[in-house]
Design a protein. Structure first.
Lengths: 392, 343, 288
């Protein structure tokens, strides 16, 4: 082999140096490397992780139960937590007064009277996920300030509302956390259904092409021609009112994904059509690879990153869709708590004007949607790692 | 430089340095390149990938964009009836720079398909070039365009103004691009691999065209290519680049018959020769190193058959040496050049 | 049968590949065909290199790919001698073709798109053995290493990804993949056209060495006539789907008979400034 004999030591060493840095990194590792350089996307990822953790362990993180209420404190304004050295974490107490003339309730914040809080506070017993009995919550009223430790005394502890209370005295902060379970998970489940439908149908369309492709594409165009929101409303409206909550939940997710798989199917079909003509796919065919091997080993990895990006950027749409449906009363209904259901109370402008903290779920929706969008953007930028490494 | 005195220089590039700031560091794409273009002649710049020939061409028209920048050096244009223009000294948005681009220096590229806008007619595009640089009415511009289209050898020029690029074949499109570039009769034409994407028969016709137009209009041409056969046909002088450095410059006859730099010699030897049927092609060992890991000393030494350890692999670049007959070569190795003076 | 009485490895007769042209609009009717390969015939002897030259649109790449059944031939026959039997490639079904794939392979032009960027070099080169169950585990790794060394790479390159290598090295990987099953017929589809000049010579030498060592027969598709002249024993010149001339290499270059061949040869620029290009075009070649 006379053509690449022992080259001089310098060249050899240099070649090794260049190659070691990114040579053995697979596609995923390169994507992660590029993604980690995108600060906004990484921050969004962390925010989403926190949100999902809170949703999973909702019973632990929420100070109060999902449907816990205290009618004495209806429409209580938010009591934002403060930290100072003398009292630790605390909130100012709110005293309710009734205006003697209008009989309207209003609250006055007491600057001196405070309610001490602590982490891992003991509170009412509950069951994590309905299974594990627990007593402690992440943040709650400091039991020890009111009842001496080891005492069996039962005393009703004062209530506090981080983000205020609604008409029934529900703690909005707790309900946002419980609501995130529904809203965040509907997005994920709808995505899974979209993924299955989109990749299968788009894949068949792209790989087989010809008449099958033609037929499927026309079908997609028909589905796309439906106006989205009216169709959602119609599908949601035909759901019987007496269905159990869980069934309604799944029905909603199916409704949401029925219209969204077309986008993914088109993307998948386009990518398969172009990747099929790539030299390495032709080479695989000439080597005698089966169709299955070509699809899964050669074509699919070529657009997995695209799929992930498309899916990530579709989640906000799902979340907003569920919110819209529930807000209009056609999706989930009380007693299920979701952000959309919570926003139903905001239909009345009078109520919103007087008690603006009822709109708090909007903040969490915006936060989630933005986080998904930024993360999706970061993923999309990171997903083509080989473009910068093509050297000539 | 000594060689400038008796020659009519239209463009001079001195110590040009272009760097690219990337994640892997600051890469030196063009390193202290010096050459000059004589009026009315064709200078070929030859090299392989990553040698910096295209970057050099782009720098002349100040087309380098982030993350690249011209880090040093001077490019001066000596137009016939105007005072010399210091191209590197011009500010980004200056009027003079816009006049230079397209008016005094034009450029044509490798891919004729992507050089023409698919949504504008040929007439529109050529007239745009005219109207940007000459003070004429639209009607007059159209007349000039028709004339130029005829000059580049496209039959029925009057009909062509209304046609779109997709109605032309590859070779015809390249002729249109040449027409656009030469319609304002620039002093310098930079051609960046204009025939690489064309069939060999079309290439022959285009080379013919460029040669005849260059003679008629007196344009000076910088012709960038990697094909030494094309160089032999079209160039008067040749400059060879490797890894961003100029390694040799000479007239075409001198370079192809008697190459001094080991890289040039190696390239010529590795061409399949039509006359002698060899059993094995002598080839240059190794690969072009990446710009991120340049060898110390002479950039070519790891692949050079005449490399002297201790001389070629240390220190700074070998300097350009000028021989008495005006040839330039940059090699500190085995070859001893008679009467060389360091520039 | 050639002079020595050896049966040709590949006998192509009346071979054609037509692409249908459909009408625009709603009802897709076939209104015309493009005869990319039009009724060509030639033979190749074992161990020979047949150069297939032509300009773009001549059909040379389509011809080579159709012979390997990357595309389905429209009609004709391609008799391939393998394991002592003569098999017509045109008539085989996909399933019957699969075992024959070990005997006929292709080396592609573009080193950047011919390797799957998401597979390691070891996976790429070992895939043929895997598909045809020719080796497994340690034996597969050994054969991959062996092949990598043969093409001038190193065994440790096995774990790296294609993006870590230069164009010339990637082409070597492509050659390793094509040859690991020891095919008898190899199509080089512009295998050196996309490489730098200095690397071209290396790869040409490599192809010639491997041809001798592994007893390969090459169909060398190219547009660069100097390279074809160096590497080929015989040359077939294609123009608009037909073979206009097919002769021994030196005969074609020294004494071309067909007008198209003469025109093609007159267009080659020689790296010698004293040999001026005098291009004599045929009337239909001036682009209009």
């Amino acid at each position: 082999m006379a053509d690449n004999p022992t080259p001089s030591p310098t060249l050899n060493g240099d070649e090794e140096l260049i190659e070691l840095s990114t040579a053995t990194l697979s596609q995923w590792q390169l994507i992660c490397l590029r993604f980690s350089k995108h600060r906004l996307a990484v921050a969004s990822l962390y925010i989403l992780i926190v949100l999902y953790l809170m949703a999973i362990f909702a019973e632990f993180f929420a100070p109060y139960g999902q449907n816990w209420r205290d009618l004495d404190h209806a429409y209580c304004p938010p009591q934002l937590p403060k930290i100072n050295f003398s009292h630790g974490i605390n909130v100012n107490a709110m005293h309710r007064h009734i205006d003697p003339i209008t009989f309207k309730k209003y609250y006055i914040e007491q600057k001196e009277d405070f309610i001490p809080l602590s982490f891992f506070a003991k509170g009412e017993p509950y069951k994590l996920w309905g299974l594990i009995p627990m007593e402690r919550r992440f943040l709650g009223v400091d039991h020890n300030a009111y009842v001496p430790p080891d005492s069996e005394e039962e005393k009703t502890l004062p209530t506090f509302y981080f983000l205020g209370a609604d008409k029934f005295g529900h703690d909005i902060f707790s309900r946002i956390i419980y609501g995130s379970r529904i809203s965040l998970s509907i997005g994920i489940i709808a995505i899974v259904i979209t993924f299955i439908l989109g990749v299968t149908i788009g894949g068949i369309s792209g790989y087989l092409s010809g008449r099958v492709d033609n037929l499927i594409q026309r079908m997609i165009e028909i589905v796309n021609a439906f106006p989205q929101l009216p169709l959602w409303l119609a599908l949601a409206a035909i759901m019987p009112g007496d269905w159990p909550a869980l069934r309604v939940y799944f029905a909603i997710t199916i409704v949401l994904s029925l219209l969204s798989w077309t986008g993914l199917a088109r993307v998948v079909r386009g990518r398969i059509l172009s990747l099929r003509e790539e030299d390495y796919a032709v080479a695989a065919y000439l080597l005698g690879a089966s169709h299955r091997r070509i699809i899964f080993r050669h074509l699919l990895p070529g657009f997995t990153s695209h799929i992930i990006v498309t899916l990530t950027l579709s989640v906000p749409g799902m979340i907003l869709g569920e919110t819209a449906l529930s807000f209009l009363g056609l999706g989930l209904r009380p007693p299920i708590v979701s952000w959309g259901v919570m926003l139903q109370e905001c239909m009345n402008l009078q109520v919103v004007a007087n008690y603006p903290w009822l709109l708090m779920p909007v903040i969490s929706i915006i936060l989630t949607v933005l986080a998904y969008n930024f993360m999706g953007d970061g993923l999309r930028d990171a997903a083509d790692p080989y473009s910068s490494h093509v050297t000539r | 430089m000594a060689q400038d005195e008796n020659k009519d220089i239209v463009l001079s590039v001195e110590d040009l340095m272009v760097t690219f700031t990337t994640e892997e560091g600051v890469l030196s794409a063009v390193d202290r390149v010096t050459f000059s273009l004589e009026r009315g002649k064709v200078l070929a710049i030859v090299g392989e990938s990553a040698c910096g020939k295209s970057v050099t061409a782009f720098s002349i028209l100040r087309l380098i964009q982030k993350p690249g920048q011209i880090a040093g050096g001077k490019i001066t244009l000596y137009p016939k009836n105007i005072s010399p223009i210091d191209i590197t000294g011009l500010t980004e948005k200056s009027d003079m720079l816009y006049q230079v681009r397209g008016g005094l220096i034009s450029m044509i590229f490798q891919e004729p398909m992507t050089a023409l806008s698919p949504v504008h007619t040929i007439g529109n595009q050529i007239c745009e070039a005219i109207l940007l640089h000459q003070n004429v009415t639209v009607k007059e511009a159209e007349k000039l365009a028709i004339e130029m289209i005829g000059k580049v050898g496209i039959p029925h020029p009057e009909r062509r103004l209304q046609q779109y690029p997709h109605e032309f074949s590859g070779g015809m499109r390249q002729r249109v691009v040449i027409a656009m570039a030469l319609v304002c009769q620039p002093e310098v034409l930079i051609a960046d691999e204009p025939t690489t994407a064309l069939d060999v028969t079309i290439q022959a016709q285009i080379l013919d065209l460029i040669k005849s137009l260059q003679r008629d209009l007196g344009t000076s041409v910088i012709f960038i290519t990697h094909d030494l056969g094309v160089v032999a046909q079209i160039a008067d002088d040749v400059a060879v680049m490797y890894l961003g450095r100029l390694v040799e410059q000479a007239t075409v006859r001198e370079l192809l018959k008697d190459p001094l730099h080991p890289y040039t010699a190696g390239l010529l030897k590795s061409l399949p020769r039509n006359e002698t049927k060899q059993a094995r092609l002598p080839s240059i060992i190794g690969n072009v190193p990446s710009l991120t890991h340049l060898p110390a000393g002479c950039p070519f030494h790891p692949r050079c058959p005449d490399s002297i350890p201790g001389v070629c692999d240390v220190g700074d670049n070998p300097m350009m040496e000028m021989l008495p007959n005006g040839r330039l070569v940059s090699c500190c190795g085995a070859r001893k050049f008679k009467g060389a003076t360091k520039t | 049968m050639n002079d020595y009485g050896v049966e040709p490895l590949l006998k192509v007769k009346a071979f054609s590949k037509h692409f249908p042209i459909y009408s625009q609009g709603f009802g897709r009717k076939q209104i015309d065909v493009v005869k990319a390969v039009d009724n060509i015939s030639f033979n190749i002897s074992p161990g020979e290199t047949l150069g297939l030259v032509g300009e773009s649109g001549s059909g040379k790449t389509t011809c080579a790919r159709t012979i390997l059944r990357a595309l389905k031939p429209t009609y004709g026959e391609a008799i391939f001698r393998v394991n002592g039997k003569a098999i017509d490639l045109v008539k085989l079904t996909e399933r019957e073709l699969k075992p024959l794939r070990t005997q006929m392979q292709m080396i592609f032009q573009d080193p950047f798109s011919s390797l799957n960027p998401r597979m390691t070099v070891g996976d790429i080169v070992g895939e043929p053995l895997h598909i045809h169950k020719l080796a497994r585990g340690k034996e597969l790794i050994d054969r991959v290493d062996d092949m990598l060394v043969k093409v001038g790479m190193k065994p440790e390159h096995r774990q790296r990804y294609p993006h870590a290598f230069s164009g010339g090295q990637r082409q070597r990987i492509g050659i390793a993949r094509a040859l690991i099953m020891r095919p008898s017929l190899v199509v080089c589809d512009e295998a050196v056209s996309a490489l730098d000049v200095s690397v071209q010579a290396q790869v040409i030498n490599l192809l010639e060495d491997l041809q001798e060592e592994l007893n390969l027969t090459y169909i060398f598709v190219a547009h660069d006539l100097s390279v074809v002249r160096h590497i080929s024993d015989r040359v077939a010149v294609m123009h608009q789907g037909k073979i206009v001339e097919i002769e021994e290499t030196e005969t074609i270059f020294e004494n071309p008979q067909h007008a198209y061949t003469r025109m093609l040869l007159s267009a080659i620029p020689h790296p010698d400034p004293d040999v001026k290009l005098v291009f004599t075009p045929l009337s239909e070649s001036i682009d209009n």
